[in-house]
Design a protein around this ligand. Structure first.
Ligand SMILES: *Cc1c(COP(=O)(O)O)cnc(C)c1O
Length: 506
């Protein structure tokens, strides 16, 4: 392809993308394909002779589109959303043009400097104070690919911190602590690091959030067993039900366990901190607070005090208008990362980094190379403005409130947990109130909804009870979609699920 061909193909691609969004609502959310259907349409080997672009371009509609699940569709309520925006799509085009692995400042000064500035923009948007910002040169933010990568990275930093405080601790004693609502990223980080993951039980009466007393008891129990918890993964907005751990109580406990690193996984819900009305619920004050003795402990052996939040992660690529991927990680002290991850062979030395004038983001992360992700955040925040960003999130919360009303006014279903921002979790009830029958009923509903291509929902199971998650987040969703989804699809499927369970019992 030469430049003139690219010009034409590029214009055509933008036209196709616009057509896609124009026709999105008329498509099924879930594609009607069986495993292997898409692969069958693809040649088993790359062609020896190059093919004309026209032929290649056509295959996006023939091969790929029929196998796409439409996450931007107004009736997509599964998992958590994955917003896209035209601004991000354009940013990804430019990023492709200046393609570079951005691992140190010299790779492309603009990539590093834009990232360190926009991460401060986002920090301010969420209400974080100076201590979290790159400008202060102590803490700072970095854009990673995923919340799992962010969590694994801080687990490495936390392990190194613990080993500096307690040299020669055997790996077999090291423990990552979370709760039974922590995302699987906790267990995965433990698996990768070869340490144990301990999940503290949470209860329905606490809305599945971690309380200080429970944490204290568990830490004591671990201590008695000779275990060494080195990091606590707390959650703001759990994947199952949007549960929020009580961060204020947690820091009161961790103040007495100064070697325990505290990370907050707010992959989905963190962006709601941008809304004034959500800040208290999300413990902003605690996130910003320094421990009383924070300045005393700042020495080589123990960076950061106990009793404060050490790192925080939220994904802008869920409800934050930035196209996948943009996982924002902030750390209170960047040395926690660099002292664990800085390996600088001779060929990677640069005068700018050696003199301490610039950030080398490679020393804050696991891989060397990194994508130029800050451009899409910059474009989105400039084009929407912080007001537009907030309006988008308020709209999602209002839609979820509307849906909550629908659930509350319907017989035979209940809100399983209180609405969390834009997530509604409901449970289908049986007059018998028998837990097993109700579980079967909810499972039968999900099975039915999986066969229905016009809507996409997911299930969860909490405290032995199965229920249905409705995560509202597409920019295309309006009240009418929620109303029509309920009346035209969900309500009839609930009736069918009741018949299924009855038929099975007979
Ligand atoms: C989505 C989500 C994750 C996983 O995010 P990735 O970026 O895909 O790793 C982790 N934790 C919570 C609470 C989430 O909502």
């Amino acid at each position: 392809m030469d430049r003139e061909q690219f010009r034409k193909a590029g214009y055509a691609a933008v036209d196709r993308i616009c057509d896609y969004f124009e026709n999105l609502e008329s498509k099924d959310v879930v594609p009607n394909v069986q495993p292997g259907d898409v692969a069958k349409l693809i040649e088993p080997e790359a062609p020896e002779q190059g093919q004309p672009w026209d032929e290649i371009a056509k295959d996006f509609d023939r091969v790929i589109m029929p196998g796409i699940t439409h996450w931007q569709h107004p009736n997509f309520y599964a998992y958590f959303p994955a917003n896209t925006t035209y601004e991000s799509i354009l940013a990804d085009m430019y990023t492709g043009a200046v393609s570079n692995p951005g691992f140190n400042w010299l790779c492309s000064p603009a990539c590093t400097e834009l990232e360190s500035v926009v991460m401060d923009w986002v920090a301010k948007l969420l209400g974080f104070n100076e201590g979290w910002m790159n400008a202060g040169q102590v803490g700072g933010g970095i854009i990673m690919g995923s919340a799992s990568e962010s969590a694994l990275t801080v687990c490495i930093a936390a392990r190194e911190r613990f080993l500096r405080l307690h040299p020669n601790t055997p790996t077999s004693e090291l423990v990552i602590v979370g709760t039974n609502q922590t995302h699987s990223l906790g267990a995965k980080a433990a698996l990768i690091l070869g340490v144990e993951f301990v999940a503290i039980s949470t209860s329905a009466e606490d809305n599945w959030s971690l309380r200080g007393e429970t944490l204290e008891t568990e830490l004591k129990r671990l201590e008695e067993k000779g275990k060494k918890p080195f990091i606590l993964l707390a959650t703001i907005g759990s994947t199952s039900t949007g549960a929020i751990d009580n961060i204020a109580e947690v820091t009161e406990v961790t103040a007495h366990h100064p070697d325990l690193f505290l990370h907050i996984d707010a992959a989905w819900a963190g962006v709601f901190l941008s809304l004034e009305e959500c800040r208290q619920e999300c413990f902003l004050e605690t996130i910003n607070a320094r421990a009383k003795n924070a300045n005393e402990v700042k020495n080589d052996a123990a960076i950061c005090a106990g009793g404060e939040v050490h790192s925080f992660c939220t994904n802008l690529h869920k409800s934050g208008l930035v196209t996948f991927d943009a996982s924002c990680l902030w750390i209170r002290d960047r040395e926690l990362l660099t002292s664990a991850l800085d390996v600088t062979p001779f060929y990677l030395r640069t005068a700018q980094a050696t003199s301490g004038l610039v950030i080398d983001y490679r020393n804050w992360q696991i891989p060397l190379g990194r994508r130029f992700r800050s451009l899409k955040i910059w474009y989105v925040l400039r084009s929407f403005g912080t007001n537009g960003f907030r309006s988008h999130l308020r709209k999602l919360v209002n839609l979820a409130k509307y849906f909550e009303e629908i659930v509350r006014s319907e017989d035979g279903v209940e809100m399983f947990t209180p609405r969390s921002f834009s997530l509604v979790v409901f449970r289908i009830l049986d007059p018998s109130k028998n837990r097993e029958i109700e579980n079967k009923l909810n499972a039968a509903f999900i099975k039915r909804s999986n066969e229905e291509h016009k809507i996409m929902l997911t299930q969860t199971s909490v405290g032995g009870k199965q229920c249905v998650r409705v995560a509202i987040g597409s920019r295309e969703t309006e009240e009418r979609h929620l109303k029509e989804s309920w009346e035209g699809i969900i309500r009839p499927l609930i009736a069918k699920a009741r018949e299924d369970v009855k038929a099975e019992a007979n």
